[in-house]
Write a protein that binds this ligand. Structure first.
Ligand code: ATP
Length: 642
């Protein structure tokens, strides 16, 4: 493997069109690169440890860090574990959801909008921490192949007006550049049904971050969990991107000597402060040799002898100093050094340069963007259906639970109550009321089956929303439509089977629609619970408790007239009362026999004078209510406190 020398690319200047490394990588974007400047950047949180005064004081996880990252170069953020590298990267990429940011962050001299940072920078999150390759799948869709995953992302994140052929070409280039062509047609898979390898999953995540040809690419621990060959290969590809004009900043822990040699610039941190910012070459090692001798009183010359890995040497001496409580002294030494003075002058030069530079129009527009997504709401729904719904509907693991739950209940109900529906003898009325009650109330219980679909793909949702693929309501609507369509078909067959098997009376259409509305309310209820429950266990415990309350207050187990006044209100917010009530009115209205007057039955359950379609409408309002609540939670809840 061989690396390339940096090619300076000025801001606003076209990036090089192609590069020959191990593979050819073509940068389609001819717009300019971006220089990221940071002046005295701090990130402050409330310390989660109480101070001597018993209070939680402010703590700077990143403390007055300054520097710049240029297009065409690859910069490494290094330092001991917990030194604030990821925190700084999150600040640069606009991914912080808590804390206070201070200082000046500018992209090509412009303060970027939050939407710009999310939409136009590529960000590969740290996944697979501790070498756990499995976690790298959390942000990918197991049902899609690698190519489909990239095309799905391209269709959501690249401009709507771009022809599909161009999007496909961009995907093919990325597959080639990241050595994913051989596994392009392989399903991504999951821990249960393995598809691609951990290294391929990592490279797929990088390809996703590159799908829009971003001008700036942030990578958090891109080589974690990869073997040294794959790590080198991935970083070589990233270097090719940098040489193509992308500004690359990566946190990196223990790079191989080869990986480390690919970086042009180094920002070393300890306890949130800069201890070195400068070139990644022999000067970095000699800087620390000098500093350690003078500041720490340690002769570290021998450690960096020939053949030693300089990345290891640098991280080791900083980690050791930090553990000995001398990280601050290293940071002070840097602040007082000639290097820091030269850096400050160079940074001031960069800032001044941009004050006198007119940026290309498209770059200025990008930097000022206020919209978080590239494509509109309806397109998000269409793309979800095109890639995910179509695949879901041919996946037995998706279809079977959605049909089997209804089929099982229907078979049970049918065989238990066969042919009793048109027998209005007084001793049969309770059976008819009971079967309609069970039929309606079970929609709340079976809804628990829809919880995993939201909880288990939370990592994916957070990543895709952060990347600006869609807004929360788009995702929620697409998922609900996916569920409603399959449930509408399954419910039709099963409702017909039940209605005619039991020989219920009056309008089958009402019976079917009221059941379908009940199923839809159940799904939106499940999503609502899944949206705020911290995990599957909590969600699975909450929903059945609520479903039990629905049974009590529907008006069958205790009649409304006998409900204590302090509980009666609950009946009105019980959607099972409306779906069951609609079926009861449908069954008994206008049915008078020598033995019984249908109206009397309805009066007995306090359903007289009600309209069945109005009841269905009331039930549908619960769907709307849960939908609005879920969309609000998905939009505003900080699933990752970072
Ligand atoms: N509220 C808080 N109070 C005190 N310390 C905190 C708080 N939030 C985060 N930290 C600490 O801030 C530090 C910065 O974490 P960060 O993930 O940025 O480090 P890192 O250098 O990327 O580490 P690693 O290499 O292990 O990923 C950690 O030591 C973490 O424990």
């Amino acid at each position: 493997m061989a690396s390339e020398a940096p090619v300076p690319v000025a801001d606003g200047q076209p990036r090089t069109s192609s590069l020959k490394l191990k593979r050819t990588l073509t940068q389609k974007c001819s717009a300019g690169g971006v220089t990221v400047t940071l002046q005295d950047m701090s990130f402050i949180v409330k310390n989660n440890r109480k101070g001597p005064d018993g209070k939680h004081s402010d703590l700077a996880l990143v403390n007055k860090v300054s520097g710049w990252f240029e297009p065409g170069q690859m910069s490494a953020l290094m330092g001991p574990s917990g030194s604030g590298k990821t925190t700084l990267l999150d600040v640069l990429a606009g991914r912080k959801t808590s804390g206070r940011i201070q200082g000046e962050l500018r992209f090509s001299g412009v303060r970027p909008s939050a939407a710009y940072q999310r939409k136009h920078t590529g960000y590969v999150e740290q996944v697979g921490e501790g070498g756990e390759a499995v976690e790298q799948f959390d942000t990918l869709l197991p049902i899609l192949t690698v190519r489909e995953m990239l095309l799905y992302t391209a269709e959501l994140k690249r401009p709507l007006g771009e022809p599909l052929a161009d999007k496909k070409a961009a995907v093919d280039q990325l597959l080639d550049a990241l050595a994913l062509t051989r596994c392009a047609g392989v399903r991504i898979g999951s821990p249960e049904a393995r598809g691609i390898s951990g290294g391929q999953a990592k490279r797929t995540n990088i390809a996703i971050a590159l799908i829009t040809d971003p001008r700036v690419l942030f990578l958090d621990e891109p080589t974690t969990g990869l073997d040294s060959y794959t790590a080198n290969e991935v970083m070589l590809t990233v270097q090719a991107l940098a040489r193509g004009g992308v500004t690359v900043v990566a946190t990196i822990h223990s790079p191989t000597a080869f990986c480390f040699s690919l970086f042009d610039k180094l920002m070393m941190m300890a306890s949130g402060r800069t201890v070195y910012f400068g070139a990644q070459d022999a000067s970095a090692v000699s800087y620390f040799q000098r500093t350690c001798t003078s500041v720490l009183g340690q002769d570290v010359e021998a450690l960096a002898g020939p053949g030693s890995n300089s990345a290891e040497f640098l991280v080791d001496i900083i980690t050791e100093a930090d553990r000995d409580g001398k990280g601050g002294a290293l940071a002070d030494a840097y602040a007082a050094s000639d290097l820091a003075a030269a850096n400050a002058a160079a940074l001031a030069g960069h800032v001044a340069h941009f004050q006198n530079t007119t940026l290309p129009e498209d770059l200025s527009r990008e930097l000022a963007t206020k919209t978080a997504t590239v494509t509109p709401f309806w397109w998000g729904i269409y793309i979800y259906a095109k890639y995910r719904t179509v695949r879901n509907y041919t996946n037995p693991a998706f279809v079977a639970p959605r049909v089997m739950d209804k089929l099982t209940i229907s078979l049970l109900v049918m065989t238990l109550y066969l042919g009793i529906g048109d027998n209005l003898a007084s001793d049969n009325l309770i059976n008819i009321s009971a079967v309609l009650f069970m039929w309606s109330a079970t929609t709340g219980f079976v809804a628990a089956g829809y919880i995993p679909s939201l909880v288990l793909e939370r990592g994916l949702f957070v990543r895709e929303r952060n990347d600006g693929l869609y807004l929360a309501p788009t995702y929620l609507t697409a998922k609900l439509l996916d569920e409603i369509a399959i449930n509408a078909v399954a419910s039709l067959g099963i409702a017909a089977f039940t209605f005619y098997g039991i020989q219920l009376l009056n309008n089958f259409g009402l019976f079917y629609i009221s059941y379908l509305v009940g199923v839809c309310v159940g799904i939106s209820l499940a999503y609502f619970v899944a949206s705020f429950a911290p995990n599957m266990d909590v969600a699975n415990a909450l929903l059945p408790i609520y479903a039990v309350t629905l049974m009590f207050f529907a008006g069958f187990l205790i009649r409304p007239a006998e409900m204590p006044p302090w509980w009666k209100w609950y009946m009105y917010i019980d959607f099972a009362r409306y779906t069951w009530g609609a079926c009861m009115i449908n069954q008994f209205k206008n049915h008078n026999t020598p033995w019984i007057n249908g109206q009397t039955v309805l009066e007995y359950y306090d359903l007289d004078g009600m309209d069945e379609w109005t009841f269905v409408g009331y039930a549908a309002l619960f769907f709307l209510f849960f939908y609005i609540c879920t969309a609000t939670i998905l939009t505003f809840k900080k699933y990752q406190l970072r």
